[in-house]
Design a protein around this ligand. Sequence first.
Ligand code: SIN
Length: 493
Amino acid sequence: MTLLLNRPDLMRSNNFINGQWCNSISEARYPVQNPATGEAFTTVANSTDADARAATAAAHAAFDGWRQQPAAVRAQFLKRWHALILEHTEDLARLISYEQGKPLAEARGEVAYGASYVDWFASEAVRTYGDIIPAPVSSKKLMVVKGPVGVVAAITPWNFPLAMIARKIAPALAAGCTVVAKPAEDTPLTALALVALAQEAGLPAGVLNIVTSSREQVSNVVGAWLDDSRVRKITFTGSTAVGKLLARESAATLKRLSLELGGNAPFIVFEDADLDAAVEGLMAAKFRNGGQTCVSPNRIYVQEAVYDAFAAKLVARVQSLRVGPGDHPDSQIGPMINARAVDKIEHHVQDALSQGATLLTGGQRLSEGVTNGPHYYAPTVLGDASHTMELAQDETFGPVAPLFRFRDETEVVEAANDTPYGLAGYFYSRDISRIWRLIDQLQTGIVGINEGALASESAPFGGVKESGYGREGSRYGLDDYMETKYLCQGNLA
Ligand code: SIN
């Protein structure tokens, strides 16, 4: 598998600060691996706190100029960027697939998905309306205007190397903020290509800056942003542990935070559900991106009366999934991102089996034929899962579907909510009263009702409880990058 691009110049390997591509000040580099083979195929800048501070200085200097641009000018930039992203779909998809592992067809879908946020926020940029408030006395006028929060630090994950950074940068730029960004250490190349296209779209120097760094340097880079009062907001997608750390460490400068953190999504199939639709919804939600998705169902509750029928249908569908490298035309599931990810999946499955789960299909690493690489794991279904198993407490983040039996609605709602997390929840039922009860009772920020594919640029994505706060996408997503300023004009005759 070789990485061939129509535009080889989209493969960038340096930081982009104040409109210039530059190596880390330390000149250090770190290797980027192809998850299909585990081999390093290029290096990128291994930035330190000095690079992070340089990025902040550039973003701070550019802020006034960018926020004072008419919203229509910022929208025009986003529209040009959107067009360039779509024009270079094939190259971006190849970069995603090569550094992250997902099949090319799915990577093309991610480009369209990420681009849709840029398009959405181009349209929203010109609708950041304020308000006129009826005053309690005739001598005053009360008004509200909205303005950008300032310099935003965007820290993004590896599972969607394009979509996650696009859905943070696009609303920030639309609102009039400037950005310093750090993509995940495993997947820097797609983000760098995206920034190269932003430069091509005519973004002024300093408005968008990006630095890459290895796992070992992350705390230095992010620490430089946390300590800096010029950075007014952190937007982060990743683990709850890191989200809590960011919340603690940014308290000294009271930054705004948007945290899209871990999930442990319940997926409930009631006995009155359309079982075929439930299986298809689960396939879409669970096996998208090989299960490496925050909204991926982690606990699948099936009511006793339909448990065996549902399990049989699911196993048949899962056994038809084809695993292989991203560039293989038949692949539906690629390699997992790295060795740590496969080790965790293997550990969760072994722990479940040792506690009485039954293996219905899968349950092992794959290392033969097209899956001859260190990071492939077979799509797996486990039966008779229970809440004492580690996979019930912690996201597996892999292609493992554990089935839990339940007797009644009260029991399953309690089990579904019995987690510190609350990102997404799904249920399948045809009983309208039950549907409204569940909507009310499920403690998640997103609810899929007879539907497995939830994400959309026009809808608010985000969680409750320890899955974080803030929303991405939709009109709510823009509010997260804006301050509300209250104006009171007095002494009117
Ligand atoms: C995520 O896994 O964090 C995002 C998934 C999505 O956008 O659907």
